[in-house]
Write a protein that binds this ligand. Sequence first.
Ligand SMILES: O=c1[nH]cnc2c1ncn2[C@@H]1O[C@H](CO)[C@@H](O)[C@H]1O
Ligand SMILES: [Zn+2]
Length: 354
Amino acid sequence: MPTPPSTEAIRSAPKVLLHDHLDGGLRPQTVIELAESSGHQGLPTTDPTELGAWFRDNANSGSLVRYLEGFAHTCGVMQDEAALVRVAAEAAQDLAADGVVYAEIRYAPELFTDKGLSLEQAVEAVQEGFRQGEAESGNRIKVGTLLCAMRQNDGWQRIADLVVKYRDAGVVGFDIAGPELGFPATRELSAFEYLRRENAHFTIHAGEADGPESIHQAVQYCGAERLGHGVRIAEDIKDGDVGHLAAYVRDRRIALEMCPTSNVQTGAVGSLAEHPIKQLADLGFRITVNTDNRLMSDCSLTGELAAVVGQFGFGWDDLRGFAVNAAKAAFLPLDERRALIQDVIEPGYAALAK
Ligand SMILES: O=c1[nH]cnc2c1ncn2[C@@H]1O[C@H](CO)[C@@H](O)[C@H]1O
Ligand SMILES: [Zn+2]
C-alpha cells in the first residue's frame, strides 16, 4: 500500500480552487482592524482567535440561512475601496501560501455598496487587490473573479452586465449565491440568456439547500456550466442507478464544486462520512474540491483535501485528478488551461507521487 498523501505534501502540491468567497475568507485579524477603522459595530469579540471560533461556531448551524448570517460582519467591514483592496490582496496571498496556483474567487458587488460605493468602484477595487496580491506572492498564483448576484435580491441583470463589462479585466464569470430554497434560479432567467448570448461563463450554487429540482433549473433552464456544491445530485442516484439528470451532469462534464466542510456545516450532508464525493468520483463525475468560506469553515484547500483523503482514502492519482478537473472546468481560455495542466499540475504531482 502506498502511504497516503500527508498534509504537508498536499500543501506543496499545485492546486486549483474554483469556489471560494471573498467575503467568506478574511483573516480574523483583518476583520477586527477594518471594523475598528471603519466604525463597524457589533463584532462579538476583538480577540482574533475568539473571533475565528465565533465565525466557525455560527456557521456550524446545520442551516444555510443561519450559516449566511455571519457575512453581515465581513461585508460590514468591506464598504470602502481600501478595505476591498486589502481583503482581495490578502486572499490571493493566503491562497498562494496554501499552494493554490489558480483560483476563482467570487463575491456579490451589491453587498459592498452600503456606504455609497458604486458597483463599478467595488469591482475595480477588488481587481486592484487581486493584482497586488498576485504580485506580492511572487506571481505563484493567478486569480480570476466571479461576480455573484444574490438569489433573494432583484437586479441580476446589473451584475451580468458587469461580468461582460469587466471580462477583459480579469472577471471570468457569473454565479448566483444566497438562500437557495424558495428563490429559484429561474427567477431572472433573462440574465442567464443574456450571458449566453454574450458568450460569457457562469456557474450556479445549486443542490446545496434544495434538491435535484434546483439543479435541474440551474442546468437545463439557465445553462450552468458548473454547479456550486451540487452535492444533492446524489439524490438522483438510487442504489447505483444513475437518474437522467445525474447522467446528464456527469456525461456533459458539468463540474461539481464540492466544499466538504461547508456542506456539513449547512446540513447539505449529515457528516463528512456521508458526503457523496467518493461515490460520485467513482461514477465518473467531474469532481473538484473547494473551500467555499475559509473564515466561516476555518479551512484551507489543503485541509479540505486532507480531510477527504483521511475519510475516503483518496491517493495522489485522485488529488491530481481533482486539480486537472478544476483546471479543465476553469473559466480560462483553452491555451491557459492546457498550460496549467501540462506545465504545472502534471509535473507537480509526478514529483510528489514518487
Ligand atoms: O455555500 C453558500 N451557499 C450560498 N450562498 C453562499 C454560500 N457561501 C457564501 N454565500 C453567499 O455568497 C455571498 C457572496 O460571496 C456571501 O455574502 C454569502 O451570502
Ligand atoms: Zn459558495
